[in-house]
Design a protein around this ligand. Structure first.
Ligand code: NAD
Length: 290
């Protein structure tokens, strides 16, 4: 397939590289980042998109996505597919899908889970909203970049799945970190805490796979001075998206709301910016109830 890849940052570059390594022709555009091995750099988003069968975007936020879509959708071939893999708000995903549909383009929102490691290894999970036919066409590309692709429903449902997943992740990470800090004060050894919880009903991805305590469990950013990984400010972005979505549909999400408030305070007032989101553990260690 001929692929236009727009946004070659931490996630986009390895994803584009994997597509090129699998034999696809990939034209890449990013105003600030170099094209990875095998990807042909072009001078504009329009150039990357105009002859492509599939345009993939991996961009920072919904405003930038809307701007890029406004530029490239009008030049894309009829019947081509616009597939956004960024994490953005549901409204932006739906607005872009409507614009694409009106221009005879099929649109998918296909955000990912798995982080930079998963992007490099080709083991991402894709959660996809949009027409089934477009999902089936792009599926071979999802299979190169990832290990699982779930068609979640109509436009916007991929983003809905992503923000719900990350709202759970934010809450479980905070719960795991505060429990470790409590266990410390109760004199419980961290390794014992891990051994019990990771095989008991308190287990979660945050404990079992991405343990926030250094030297305990599988290797994670905690073992690397809390260098991200998944930065606390990106978790804050996703929690804010979840609360924006909850407000728009009048859903009651008190745990998500509290997680958003705690990450906001961590990032904006407590030195968390630039640290991994699991650095909530040293934050709790320093604190007492008062
Ligand atoms: P990044 O900042 O490393 O990359 C974004 C890239 O987009 C940058 O290189 C930037 O130059 C480029 N860009 C900005 N405006 C552009 C434009 N108009 N045209 C073309 N390129 C443009 O961010 P990232 O970590 O690669 O994340 C990308 C998206 O993936 C975000 O929406 C993020 O929330 C999501 N995501 C990230 C992770 C992660 O662990 N990093 C995991 C899952 C999802």
């Amino acid at each position: 397939m001929k692929i236009g890849f727009i946004g070659l940052g931490n996630m986009g570059a390895p994803m584009a590289r994997n597509l090129a390594a699998a034999g696809h022709e990939v034209l890449g555009y990013d105003p600030n980042a170099a094209a990875p091995d095998g990807v042909q750099a072009v001078a504009s988003a329009v150039e990357a998109a105009k002859d492509a069968d599939v345009v993939i975007t991996m961009l920072p936020n919904g405003d930038i996505l809307r701007a890029v879509a406004a530029e490239v959708v009008p030049v894309m071939r009829k019947g081509a597919i616009f597939c956004d893999c960024s994490t953005v708000d549901v409204d932006s995903a739906r607005a872009v899908a409507t614009q694409a549909e009106q221009a005879g383009i099929l649109a998918l929102d296909a955000p990912v889970s798995g982080g930079v490691g998963g992007a490099a290894a080709g083991t991402l999970t894709f959660m996809v909203g949009g027409p089934q036919q477009a999902f089936e066409t792009v599926r071979p590309l999802f299979d190169i970049m990832g290990q699982k692709a779930v068609h979640c429903g109509t436009s916007g449902s991929g983003q809905a799945a992503k923000i719900c997943n990350n709202m759970i992740l934010g809450a479980t990470m905070i719960a795991t970190c505060e429990a470790f800090a409590l266990a410390d004060k109760l004199g419980l050894d961290r390794q014992k805490m891990f051994d019990v919880v990771s095989t008991s009903s308190g287990q979660s991805w945050s404990m079992n796979i991405y343990c926030p305590a250094p030297g305990v469990g599988p290797k994670s950013p905690a073992d690397n001075g809390y260098k991200p990984g998944f930065a606390a400010e990106l978790m804050l972005k996703d929690l804010r998206l979840s609360q924006q979505a909850a407000e728009s549909v009048d859903a009651d999400t008190p745990m998500g709301q509290l997680a958003a408030a705690l990450y906001e305070s961590f990032v904006e007032r407590e030195g968390g910016r630039g640290l991994d989101f699991s650095a909530m553990l040293p934050r709790f260690e320093k604190r007492s109830r008062k």
